[in-house]
Design a protein around this ligand. Structure first.
Ligand SMILES: [Zn+2]
Length: 61
């Protein structure tokens, strides 16, 4: 069995126009301006959001 409508080259390419691989998005910490991942704690200063900041223990290894 074949599909009733063959997907045209343009339709296939238009669909795949959203498939590009993008790199990891990195934001700046507003507190220490180090790079941090979005929705993650800042690894440098422990900043989460303006009402929450965690203590980063630098003694632990
Ligand atoms: Zn920070």
């Amino acid at each position: 069995m074949l599909p009733f409508h063959k997907t045209s080259k343009m339709r296939k390419r238009t669909r795949r126009s959203h498939h590009a691989v993008v790199g990891v998005q990195v934001n700046r910490c507003p507190k220490c301006s180090q790079s941090k991942l979005p929705h993650r704690m800042c690894a440098n200063c422990g900043y989460v959001n303006k009402s929450l900041s965690l203590v980063v223990n630098e003694d632990q290894e």
